[in-house]
Design a binder for this molecule. Structure first.
Ligand SMILES: [Zn+2]
Length: 496
């Protein structure tokens, strides 16, 4: 708490103190509300909101009395207070008229950099975005994620609006929980309902499976699609028996689940909401035709989606560029984009970090109406900062990640060429950050984040987590700078 007294004294007099060696003052956070004044500060690595004055906001914020004010910790309760008084700290939906970018923040530290990176651009940030898998792997809760985003917005004085995505949620209990906690976007993951291997089956095989469906279901699909051609913004889509049956077998169960979730939860909300359907986390590539089939069924059943994430051809592996045939990607993407436009939602691009080869194609065909989801690339930028500023920590992380890669591969699909990673003892401290320019090293560190952050020593103490956070805290400006640069490159290449 050292040094806070004088900051509080000046705040009381209406002055904003400059940062000094003991206290960092986040000037952009300064706010006045009726008779209260607030500002965020950091001392000894811990952030507080200082509040002076009087009134209900002053009373509602909980903290330690210091001089004429209070130093309030960044607690969940205090976040809820900010939400009540300052609308811009509440996550909101964005609909289909503007691009959005998913900027999941595993550490709870990246949002200030993300805000800086997208300020003034033609894109809104979804600052809070974690899947249940990511939360579990990092021992965080959905509230931790929402708290971190709201405090970052307050710290930066960013009033442009941000979203919070319950990312890749599968279970109804998780949907319910996330909605109650105030998410503004849900990415419904339907992969458990999409069987694989249908595409490889013969017509006889799929026909006999289709014949097991109730007669009225068979009739329904046949009447709507069989030997029909649809003109979708100039793309002709026609269904013969085999393609139709295969789509029914692939998506009928998933469609039922989407409709159920929409009717049971989304349509009942009394607020604007961004509902996204994801059919990307499966081996089944979504052809433009399959995309049309799913979208057409959703529309006819009254399900309003804001975005839909197909599984594109080629590979969208975490943290590295697109792998695959770029020409084929463009052909299919252009049709996916026309289909999305036809049904009036945004195309959603998942695992969208670092896909620089295809960003210009995405920009060209989605014309600024797109959702691009990135998640781990800000973690890699954090690792880059560690490599530059704390080489000893970086070396231990690197060794640990390689040694425990097997474990991480249970959760993530990557195919790194491990031989291309230079042996650690051959690299000088000055060059450690170069590992973050090597695809294989990027991927190894990308997928081992959970193992690194939760690793314990023999006494049950965190092996890396505290030092990792401490280093990033010390070099917070460097971290912001590297995110502004890296995420800025994404936004530039996407033409947003
Ligand atoms: Zn996805």
């Amino acid at each position: 708490m050292e040094g806070l007294l004088s900051v509080i004294e000046e705040l009381y007099q209406g002055k904003i103190t400059a940062s000094n060696t003991r206290v960092k003052v986040y000037k952009k956070s300064f706010k006045e509300h009726e008779q209260a004044r607030l500002i965020m500060v950091k001392t000894n690595g811990i952030r507080y909101i200082l509040v002076v004055g009087k009134g209900s906001l002053f009373d509602d914020l909980q903290g330690e009395n210091i001089g004429k004010g209070k130093a309030c910790p960044l607690s969940h309760e205090n976040r809820l207070v900010l939400n009540r008084y300052f609308d811009y700290t509440v996550p909101r939906a964005f609909g289909t008229k503007i691009a959005t970018m998913g900027l999941g923040d595993r550490l709870g530290l990246a949002s200030p950099g993300h805000i800086e990176a997208i300020k003034g651009r033609l894109v809104k940030p979804i600052l809070a975005q974690q899947s249940i898998r990511e939360l579990t792997l990092t021992n965080r809760t959905m509230n931790d994620m929402l708290d971190a985003a709201a405090f970052a917005v307050f710290q930066e004085g960013y009033e442009g609006g941000y979203g919070a995505d319950g990312d890749h949620i599968k279970q109804e209990s998780d949907i319910q929980m996330a909605l109650e906690l105030g998410i503004s976007m849900l990415t419904l993951d339907c992969s458990d309902y999409i069987p694989t291997g249908i595409g490889a089956k013969s017509l006889e095989e799929v026909r006999s499976e289709f014949e097991k469906y109730p007669k009225d279901v068979q009739d329904y699909y046949n009447e709507r699609y069989l030997h029909q051609t649809f003109d979708v913004n100039g793309v002709a889509i026609s269904f013969d028996e085999e393609t139709l049956i295969k789509y029914v077998l692939e998506y009928d169960e998933a469609l039922k689940y989407m409709v159920h979730v929409y009717n049971e939860y989304i349509s009942k909300l009394d607020r604007d909401f961004d509902f996204e359907i994801s059919i990307d986390e499966t081996e089944t590539i979504t052809s433009p035709m399959a995309h049309f089939f799913v979208a057409n069924e959703l529309t006819s059943k009254g399900v309003k989606v804001i975005s839909l994430a197909p599984r594109f051809c080629g590979e969208f592996q975490k943290g590295i560029d697109y792998i695959g045939d770029v020409e084929q990607f463009e052909r299919e993407l252009s049709e996916h984009a026309l289909i999305a436009e036809y049904f009036g939602y945004k195309l959603s691009i998942h695992s969208g970090s670092d896909k620089f080869r295809v960003f210009p194609i995405i920009a060209k065909h989605t014309k600024g109406i797109v959702h691009v989801k990135t998640a781990g690339t800000n973690w890699l930028e954090a690792v880059r900062v560690i490599a530059k500023t704390n080489p000893y920590l970086y070396r231990r992380l690197h060794t640990f990640a390689l040694r425990n890669l097997e474990e991480a591969l249970k959760y993530y699909h990557i195919t790194p060429d491990l031989d291309s990673i230079a042996p650690l003892d051959s690299v000088t401290d000055e060059n450690l950050a170069d590992y973050m320019n090597n695809d294989a090293a990027r991927q190894v560190l990308h997928v081992t984040y959970g193992i690194i952050l939760t690793a314990k020593d023999d006494n049950g103490e965190p092996l890396f987590k505290e030092e990792f956070y401490k280093t990033l805290d010390e070099y917070e400006d460097e971290y912001i700078e590297s995110l502004v640069h890296h995420i800025g490159n994404h936004v530039d290449t996407l033409g947003l």
